[in-house]
Design a binder for this molecule. Sequence first.
Ligand SMILES: N[C@@H](CCC(=O)N[C@@H](CS)C(=O)NCC(=O)O)C(=O)O
Length: 333
Amino acid sequence: MDLYTIHGGLGSPYSMKMRAIFRYRRLPHIWKQVDMAHRSIFANVKAPVIPIIQFPDGSWHNDSTPMIFVLEKLHCERSIVPEDAGQAFLAYLLEDMADEWGTKAMFHYRWYRERDQKQMSEWLSFDRLHGHGRTAILDSARMFRSRQVGRMALVGCTPQNAPIIEESAKRILGLLEAHVTEEAYLFGSRPSLADFGWMGQLSQLATDPTPDDLMREIAPFTFRWLMNLDDASGVEGTWRDPSAPPSPAIKGLLKMAGEIYFPFLLANAKAFEKGEPTFTVEMLGRSYTQGSFRYQQRCLWDLREAYAKLDAAAKTMIDPLLKDTGCLAPLTS
Ligand SMILES: N[C@@H](CCC(=O)N[C@@H](CS)C(=O)NCC(=O)O)C(=O)O
């Protein structure tokens, strides 16, 4: 049997995203929690991030978005890229926003408050060390916690940025909560890469104590939607009609991209080009500051390239929506 091996973790949003994709796509796989005994797998990939996936041909891969597109080339059944090129672009943009901006909420809620720091450092250490003794688990939790808390400023999870991150998380939850009772997924009755991208990040909000409480209170159906999407291997559906008006959720998420995600990407790219280690950008009426990263400069380039490759018919179809939501100018400038 052609078996994939996913080396991941329950506490890793990108691992949950990829496992859900493998399940939905019915690609035979096994799941391995990365633990101390398996650290050598990191030697097989460039960036030391999980999930790391070994393909049936023995090759090793990581970075979830490129992996999604490699899998699309290898398997055509149960694709997660909408058939219509314009919708496919929108799904890619929303997935990218989940990965790069949605993850701020994940990291912020996990490491900002004492309650979440304690619970999640202990659980994540337990995942890697269970059976090796309580002392080893708690010692490792303390080290892991101080390492993660120490990284918060670099990725923008500071007290100054907290109101922006929390407001944007609540906005996303509000949009999804209104959507999931009316339509199965963002681009139809079958899930797309955008659904899986958000599912990955929000699966962690549903686990960590403070955002778990928040979700149960303000987005209980979204919470349940995530649990269902975790194994959608039985879902059979169709893509939404690309000529139909966009749903309020798609429009709302794109508006967030125009107000938050693109300003963030543009400011990061500008700072990175100039060699500036940090950048500040105005969003939601406040100043947002964090370290500049090459990876997110690449995200902006990739989005622009994907948009530029669309044919005239696809652009005609989605341009009014992109323009209306403030996404067109950053994609074309
Ligand atoms: N862009 C990567 C990001 C993966 C990522 O950041 N993984 C995290 C866990 S969710 C990680 O392994 N971080 C390594 C670390 O914290 O040192 C993807 O889409 O897969």
